[in-house]
Design a protein around this ligand. Structure first.
Ligand SMILES: C[S@@+](CC[C@H](N)C(=O)[O-])C[C@H]1O[C@@H](n2cnc3c(N)ncnc32)[C@H](O)[C@@H]1O
Length: 269
């Protein structure tokens, strides 16, 4: 990396940290450089300096830059096969647990959380549990708390729901309000949404199910090791760690958990 790019990345981190009030030390330089490259492809007329200035603004482009730096992209029942598998294993995993606590790390705008809450309502309504859902993006958590999503997303949500083994009519879970849909507040009532860094915010307790999907992309190898070691430790025996389908445990942790499906790992009871 050139000295000029290095200086830019340092300045970008500073501006980004100030703007979003976050600590970016867990995010690798390679990740930032890659995201800026993508942003520059979309907006070629922005110089590196313009990008820094953009972070001082308040408009839609500023939010777009922040969102592309954080990639908050998500959807409901993302990677439906994972949710299909969860329909099978989650009831027993939570039902047998002593803690009955679920964690969602990097939950973004909440679609993943809602998907799981809908699934549990359909397969194991009688099992009660509570959940904590954490994301570093305040904007994303605000949306997650509101359970409001664009109406035009619903076709994709419903398709994924069916592919994930959804057993009911999907439109019973939301109400239309003009160009938005509002999911039923009861679905996320057991969930506490929190803004912050999952390294510091994940409660010091054991969980029976931990979602940490599409988060590894942000981390340097050192932080990947840190987060995976932490998650293995926080899983209770019999608990399941859910990662993205293209994500996996680092080699050194493979003997700690047993792979039960793509991106899904069980801690021996
Ligand atoms: C690509 S999205 C994935 C969302 C969801 N888990 C899914 O799989 O669809 C990753 C989310 O992680 C959040 N994030 C990144 N680093 C984080 C950290 N250290 N602590 C908490 N959230 C983080 C980002 O803001 C973003 O919303």
């Amino acid at each position: 990396m050139s000295t000029e790019n290095n200086a830019f990345l340092i300045a970008l981190r500073e501006a980004f940290e100030q703007k979003c009030d976050i600590d970016t030390s867990h995010i690798s330089d390679v990740y930032f450089a890659y995201q800026i490259q993508n942003f520059s492809l979309r907006f070629p007329h922005y110089s590196l300096n313009d990008i820094l200035l953009l972070l001082e603004g308040q408009d839609a482009r500023t939010q777009l830059l922040i969102d592309s730096l954080l990639i908050t992209t998500t959807t409901m029942f993302r990677e439906p096969e994972t949710f299909r598998e969860l329909r099978r294993v989650a009831p027993e995993c939570i039902g047998k647990s002593t803690a009955q606590k679920v964690a969602f790390l990097g939950c973004s705008s909440g679609e993943e959380v809602l998907s799981f809450m809908i699934l549990m309502r359909e397969v194991a309504r009688h099992i009660s549990f509570s959940a904590v859902a954490i994301d570093i993006s305040e904007h994303a958590i605000l949306q997650a708390k509101s359970s409001l999503y664009p109406l035009h997303n619903v076709a994709e949500y419903a398709k994924n729901y069916q592919r994930a083994g959804g057993a009911d009519v999907f439109h019973q879970y939301y109400r239309k309000h003009q160009d938005l849909v509002a999911f039923k507040p009861a679905l996320t009532a057991p969930v506490t949404f929190q803004v912050g860094n999952c390294f510091t915010l994940l409660p010091q307790r054991r969980f029976c199910l931990i979602f940490c999907r599409h988060l590894m992309i942000y981390f340097s190898l050192r932080d990947m090791k840190r987060i995976q070691a932490m998650l293995i430790e926080r899983l209770e025996p019999g608990g399941i760690l859910v990662m993205g389908q293209s994500e996996s445990l680092l080699l050194e942790f493979e003997n700690k958990l047993q792979k039960v499906a793509e991106g899904m790992y069980l801690k021996a009871a």
